[in-house]
Design a protein around this ligand. Sequence first.
Ligand code: ADQ
Length: 455
Amino acid sequence: MTSQTSSRLVVVSNRLPLGDNPSGGLVVALEDALGASGGVWIGFSGQPSEAPADHLHDHPGARFRRLSFDLSQEDHDSYYAGYSNSTLWPLCHGRADLMRIVPEYLEGYRRVAGRIADLMVPHLRQDDRIWVQDYQLFPLAAALRERGVSVPIGHFLHIPFPGPADCAALPNPSELFQWLSHYDLLGFQTRRDLGAFVQSARQLSQFQPIDRDMIRLCGRTLRAGVFPIGIDASAFIAEARQAPDEDRMRSLTGARMMIGVDRLDYSKGIPQRFRAYQMLLDTRPDLIEQVSFLQIAPPTRGEVEAYQDIREETEHLAGRINGQFATLNWTPIRFIHRPFPRAVLAGLYRQARIGLVTPLADGMNLVAKEYVAAQDVADPGVLILSRFAGAAETMTDALIVNPHDPQEMAEAMAEALAMSSVERRRRHAALLQGVIEQDVSWWSSRYLDRLRPVQ
Ligand code: ADQ
């Protein structure tokens, strides 16, 4: 961090990373900024509760404080499962058809923002800067301003911003822009998202560009910019180097592995990936027993119907492909629903000749960066990347595909399997340089450098 280290940082996210040793790129990136300023991280405890309470976690030796809050079951259902994940998530991922508009969801979403603001106010200081994470908390700045908070507040959106046609499907689109206007800095993952925000704001609210990154939105002046998130690259590289060879299938059959690692979510394009693999095996019988596909996809948000549907669809497809192509020695798809420790994932990425990252829509996609970081530079694998992942804006040396086109994806798989070592190393070196240079600390310090009062 550079210019603003003297102010205290307050981070607010939907979930508070808890536990003795919470890991993950975001935590690592924010730990320095939070630790250096004696900051506070505020978020949901993860436990719906009959008697919701707030808890201050002051661990001895911790570099910053954590403040968690419980939610009642009703608030959890309306704010989290409801408006956040059944209204906004599908809308932001181009699936307005899956969106559920329920008045109680929006009420709960507004109510929880007010509750978090009430919880925060007594803990705030005049020299604070507040950094709000993601779509679950759009209304938080407006709720804090209503309570007299005037310190700089920034927002970072981890997922895509919807264009005007999708935004117009919201029950009250102008309210979204009202909420956003109370921030001092709006951060997006890609130029595409910033562009979608500008177009939607122009059409659906009062918007004027002022100068460079300054805008007028609903009568207020603020900044908006692009801050592509990265991973904790050096840690990932080190972990992958130390990882044991976990690919038992390769040691048994010699088949080269393709890997997909995603939350089981309809935005990640898993059925489309399975169909492309089916087409590859159909059209290239010589690859039977020569390639295997490991898909790791732990289910999330099981309380939302669309997630039950995607689980059924993917299980059915994997079963069909295995039934059609498996031999006594070889299973074409291993489909695993468990989360794995980061060190194990790093080892699996390193063993995989192909990383399949083919979402239909995605803010960034960190798996693409993890896959690249984990490779052996002397014999790296090939990243196949959807043009709809935010990562595709910078990771142009991947094989870029349209995830809706099974033939194009099957051809990319065949091309990657046949790719010369020279070509693999050339592409990987360019990708790795970007992953290392634009890591998660680069992301947070660039954002925090710009989070200051607008006037
Ligand atoms: P996600 O939708 O969760 O994040 P992604 O960026 O791919 O998507 O991050 C997933 C993370 O979870 C990765 O670090 C991955 O290693 C980990 N993970 C996935 N499956 C796992 C498993 N089985 N076991 C253990 N870990 C697993 C949202 C947005 C993205 C954006 C990120 C960060 O949707 O577009 O890139 O936030 O901004």
